[in-house]
Ligand binder design. Structure first.
Ligand SMILES: [Zn+2]
Length: 109
């Protein structure tokens, strides 16, 4: 197959064009071109859902500083953050400490 963006010939397995970075598979669309985290999106969603009020999902992705804030404040004033983080994780906009998007539901995949 060929890149629709720059016309370079690609392997059928290529998720993105190595020449211009154009995403080649619908399932691997990453419109922001940010790096993709190795952390599991499923884990972030579940941790956020069940333990988000103490910031466990933020510890999981390495955001220790804000995770500590959640331990002290997550159960009241920052509870909206948990909801925001949960929605971000669901739509694939949650990022880990390095700013990489947590997109992979299964990190083995
Ligand atoms: Zn290209």
């Amino acid at each position: 197959m060929f890149c629709p963006n720059c016309g370079k010939e690609l392997s059928d397995q290529a998720a993105t064009c190595p020449s211009c970075g154009h995403p080649m598979k619908a399932g691997a669309v990453n419109p922001t071109n940010k790096p993709v985290s190795m952390k599991s999106r499923l884990a972030v969603v579940l941790l956020c859902l069940f333990l988000g009020w103490i910031g466990v999902h933020r510890f999981y992705v390495g955001k220790v500083g804000t995770g500590v804030l959640f331990i002290f404040f997550g159960w009241n004033v920052l509870s909206i953050w948990v909801l925001v983080d949960f929605i971000m994780a669901c739509v694939g906009s949650f990022t880990d400490k390095s700013g990489a998007l947590v997109l992979n539901w299964n990190t083995e995949g």
